[in-house]
Ligand binder design. Structure first.
Ligand code: CMC
Length: 429
């Protein structure tokens, strides 16, 4: 069978470009030889039509609302698995056997403490520092402490760095939280599972016994599964681009955290909750819907819309169910924020503007209500996202480093600045 090609005509000359086919999803036109053959670049700001790499990790069908990790539907993983199983799956490409799972859990658990000296970093921050700023700094700082796992050309060091980050990022996140609320730091407790340990590092205090609520731990574990990876989104692409220069993995993940912080990306869960609080009561929803539709108003419904999903975000469905479970467990009845959220969703989903633009609730729409009910302040929401996404970033970074065709990422541009001109001495300008 002859390979499919796409013909591009430039000034009457035809250039044949190879079409590459994945296992599922849209094919891609391989434009790598375009500059050599035509002297032209392609132009796609925001990468709306550009596949930046080949990957075997995560697949999204945005029209159908499908999300697969290594081929497995997110719904099945969230219902039957746990977060560390998802980590193993993303990193290794297969579900672990019982023995592999217990070995993996053991290895992650043995890396949960951070270097004692790193704790001193925290005291240098202002008390009102945003926990995400502390995360960017402290995850980047891991490279100053774990020199023995920064050689990216050594597979063993890559593996140890991966384990360290999956294990230590929750510890750093809990430290950021404790510093934020002014409570003493709590060390990890290795007889607890991953998510229960994280909850105890956040919520235990030295003056009383803390018992992890298994329903909340399971719910948070599921939230971590939902956030673990999401294909070539902005922060993942940032991690890949940073890693393509050969930077050490801790620095690359810190770059991903910085990118995730923005309100159009991971910061949306914090923004969505603030928006629900600002709306406050159901009767004010029409006012906010009108603002979201007004071209002259920069306001957007946070937690709505997605670059890829033009259907209900499959993660949002699971998140909505989790929200109800958590509120039930905590005996929170008639939560006004949940009431506003559900009514807002109902109105938006029947509004012509949102239907026409295919704007559906995304994962961030319900996550804030759930995390708030669990006791996390809004400033921690994106930190929890970063904690879970660390695994996806690492899997994507490893895949890139292990690809023999990997080279430094270097996009080009359409230059629209001044053409060549001569320097004019300052007294003659
Ligand atoms: N509220 C009102 N209008 C919207 C919204 C919204 N939330 N999102 C998109 N639109 C409109 C937008 O004004 C545009 O209209 P027009 O075609 O008339 O100019 C159209 O829909 C397409 O929007 P876009 O900005 O071109 O789409 P995008 O793919 O560049 O942006 C997005 C995707 C997620 C940044 C955007 O939908 C948004 O800002 N949503 C709110 C923030 C949010 O919830 N982000 C979380 C994303 S999911 C988690 C994650 O990835 O981290």
């Amino acid at each position: 069978m002859t390979a499919k090609t796409a013909a591009l005509s430039v000034d009457g000359n035809s250039v044949d470009l190879k079409i590459k086919q994945g296992t599922i999803g849209p094919s891609v036109v391989d434009i790598a030889p375009l500059y050599k053959d035509t002297g032209m670049f392609t132009f796609d700001p925001g990468f709306t039509s550009t596949a930046s790499c080949e990957s075997q990790i995560t697949y999204i069908d945005g029209d159908e609302g499908i999300l697969l990790y290594r081929g497995y539907p997110i719904e099945q993983l969230a219902e039957h698995g746990d977060f560390l199983e998802t980590c193993y799956l993303l990193l290794e490409g297969k579900l672990p056997t019982a023995q592999e799972k217990s070995d993996f859990d053991y290895r992650v658990t043995r890396h949960t403490m951070v270097h004692e000296q790193l704790l001193r970093f925290f005291h240098g921050f202002r008390r009102d520092a945003h926990p995400m700023s502390i995360m960017v700094a402290s995850v980047g700082a891991l490279s100053a402490f774990y020199h023995d796992s920064t050689d990216i050309n050594d597979p063993k060091q890559r593996m140890i760095a991966s384990m360290r980050m999956i294990a230590k990022v929750p510890t750093l996140a809990a430290l950021a939280y404790k510093y934020h609320v002014g409570q003493p730091f709590v060390y990890p407790q290795n007889d607890l599972d991953y998510t229960s340990n994280f909850l105890q590092m956040c919520f235990a205090v030295p003056c009383e016994e803390y018992k992890v609520n298994p329903v909340l731990s399971r719910a948070l574990d599921r939230i971590f599964i939902l956030h673990a990876d999401h294909e070539q989104n902005a922060s993942t692409s940032t991690v890949r681009l940073a890693g393509s220069s050969g930077a050490n993995p801790f620095a690359c993940i810190a770059a991903g955290i910085a990118c995730l912080w923005g309100p159009a990306h991971g910061g949306a869960n914090e923004a969505a909750l603030k928006m629900l609080e600002e709306i406050g009561t159901v009767d004010r929803i029409p006012e906010f819907i009108a603002r979201a539709k007004d071209k002259n108003d920069p306001f957007r419904l946070m937690g709505f819309g997605h670059r890829v999903y033009k259907n209900y975000d499959p993660r949002a469905k699971i998140m909505q169910k989790t929200t109800h479970e958590v509120l039930n467990e905590l005996g929170i009845k008639d939560d006004p924020l949940l009431e506003v959220a559900m009514e807002l969703e109902r109105i938006a989903l029947s509004d012509e503007y949102f239907i026409e633009k295919k704007l559906y609730p995304n994962i961030d729409f319900y996550s804030g209500i759930t995390l708030k009910a669990m006791g996390f302040p809004t400033a921690m929401f994106t930190v929890l996202f970063a904690l879970a996404r660390t695994t996806g970033w690492i899997a994507q970074w490893k895949e890139m480093i292990e690809d023999p065709a990997q080279k430094i990422g270097r996009p080009r541009q359409l230059y629209t600045g001044a053409p060549r001109r001569d320097y004019v001495n300052i007294n003659q300008r």
